[in-house]
Design a protein around this ligand. Structure first.
Ligand code: 6PG
Length: 242
């Protein structure tokens, strides 16, 4: 595990974009495709803008397949839809072909959306004989949630499903979410988060005893050993405190 702390959100987005560009180039030297799980929430917006503007010509984007870590159960054109932001800031500017974007379908029932995404993933990994993603980008909520694994939710103990229904009890939103059974097998996993409001959360997630109902992000344990935390000085200000 490694922690990467940048001065401010712009430096953070630039540093992570550099890491992503070098990892995609490295993997594509020996693999035909690169599988990239996009995070939801608002923090990745700056990163997506940097990738789309500064790395438009530096990466073989047509060899990158995009997935989503989770999706709010709202229509695609709803501003809360994670896919909508990713399309606007990253996928459309980079002209990513529709067949290379594996969206979570929120136009059907939740159960059907979960079933469809699970099948999409099994078809994808079966085809390439790999068993998980090259890179999974995750966010971190100030309540220590990640993906759509929220505090006091029993799904944090689900160690078999690849995809399931999540719920944020604080606002009642229902979601489709990837699960640790698949995410933890990613070649690389990076948490991206920033801001003073996440400083206590980051310190607790890393230092408090394992308690996933209180700190869901603790269930993210890289099986390949490559788990990284990319943040700014504001959110990283307490993690090394005794
Ligand atoms: C979501 C996200 C969620 C997000 C965190 C951080 O759909 O809400 O997947 O896990 O990454 O809530 O969100 P911010 O980056 O907006 O703080």
């Amino acid at each position: 595990m490694s922690i990467h702390i940048y001065k401010n959100p712009d430096a953070l987005a630039g540093g992570l974009a550099r890491w992503i560009a070098s990892d995609i180039s490295l993997v594509l030297k020996s693999e035909k495709r690169y599988s990239f799980v996009l995070s939801g929430g608002s923090t990745p917006k700056r990163l997506y803008e940097v990738l789309a503007s500064q790395y438009h010509n530096q990466i073989d984007w047509e060899k990158v397949d995009f997935f989503f870590g989770d999706e709010r159960y709202v229509p695609f054109d709803d501003d809360r839809n994670n896919g909508k932001m990713a399309y606007k800031e990253l996928l459309i500017p980079l002209k990513i072909p529709a067949e290379n974007v594996y969206r979570m379908n929120t136009e059907v029932t939740l159960a059907e959306g979960v079933k469809q995404y699970d099948q999409k993933l099994r078809n994808y990994f079966e085809k390439d004989k790999t068993h998980s993603f090259d890179f999974t980008l995750l966010g971190l909520g100030s309540n220590a949630h990640t993906l759509s694994l929220f505090p006091n939710s029993d799904i944090v103990f689900n160690s078999t499903d690849w995809v399931t229904i999540g719920e944020n009890k604080e606002d009642g939103t229902q979601r489709i979410t990837l699960m640790p059974a698949l995410v933890n097998a990613s070649r690389n996993i990076i948490f991206l988060f920033q801001g003073q409001e996440k400083a206590d959360t980051f310190k607790e997630v890393l230092n408090e005893p394992f308690n996933p109902k209180k700190y869901p992000a603790q269930v993210i344990i890289s099986q390949s050993g490559q788990l990284m935390w990319f943040t700014d000085e504001a959110a990283g200000s307490k993690v090394f405190e005794k």
